[in-house]
Structures are given as structure tokens and as C-alpha cells.
Design a protein. Structure first.
Length: 132
């Protein structure tokens, strides 16, 4: 069976406004644990070089496969194409708009917030990945 790919949003999911406070956070531990069982990619909106820089400053960039990076100015328009190319994905995002479209396309989705703990995130991903 192919490894499931987790596509993470960057802003307000992985990195918050104050990048410096995010260097030693719950997400690092979650990414370390998840990277052994899943392929990790990015699904975000904005300028690619700025989004990547945020992850590098927060020391998170090395967790992600360089060939699974989808960053554009309108990520929702790309969602169907991404799913066609990578049908075995789970999107992790803080946007209910993304969740709504993912649900319409039958894409697995985990909604996160700033209050989501590392353990909650890992548990949700592991639970949703069990179901076809």
C-alpha cells in the first residue's frame, strides 16, 4: 500500500504570525512522529519563496518532501488537480473553506486550530488514515 501523504497548510497551521515563538512548539514533535509513517507535503497560499522562508526560519522545512509542495496564490483552485495527482492524501488546515471543498471532493481533512495539541493532531490523522 502506498504511503499516505499529509499536506499541511503553512499560515496559522504550521507557522503563526510570530515565527520566532514557534521554533520550539508542539508541531515539531508531531512532525517528527508523523514523518516516519507518512509522506509530508505542503499545501498553502501565497508567494512560494516567502512561505518556504517561514518554514526555514521556524526550522520546519526539512520535514517536508521537496517534490510535494503546492503553494499558489489561490490554493483552492489547485485542490482538484492535486487530488487527481495524489489521491492518497489528507489535508491539514485551519480553514473551513478548504474543509468544505475537500469534503465535496471526498478528500480526507483534519481541521486544526491554535488550540489543537500535538497528541490531538496525531490521533486525528492516525484515525482518519485508517479509512479508505
Amino acid at each position: 500500500m502506498k504511503k499516505i501523504t499529509l499536506l499541511f497548510d503553512i499560515d496559522d497551521t504550521l507557522v503563526h504570525e510570530n515565527i520566532n515563538c514557534f521554533k520550539k512548539t508542539k508541531i515539531t514533535g508531531a512532525l517528527e512522529g508523523l514523518s516516519s509513517d507518512y509522506k509530508l507535503g505542503l499545501f498553502s497560499q501565497g508567494f512560494c519563496n516567502i512561505q518556504i522562508l517561514k518554514l526555514k526560519v521556524a526550522n520546519l522545512y526539512h520535514f517536508f518532501s521537496k517534490d510535494i509542495i503546492f503553494i499558489s496564490h489561490n490554493k483552492l483552485k489547485k485542490l482538484n488537480d492535486i487530488f487527481f495527482a495524489h489521491p492518497n492524501i489528507i489535508i491539514i488546515d485551519n480553514s473551513k473553506a478548504v474543509q468544505k471543498i475537500a469534503n465535496k471532493l471526498n478528500i480526507k481533512f483534519v481541521l486544526v486550530s491554535s488550540r489543537t495539541t500535538k497528541d490531538e493532531l496525531v490521533k486525528q490523522i492516525n484515525e482518519i488514515s485508517k479509512y479508505p
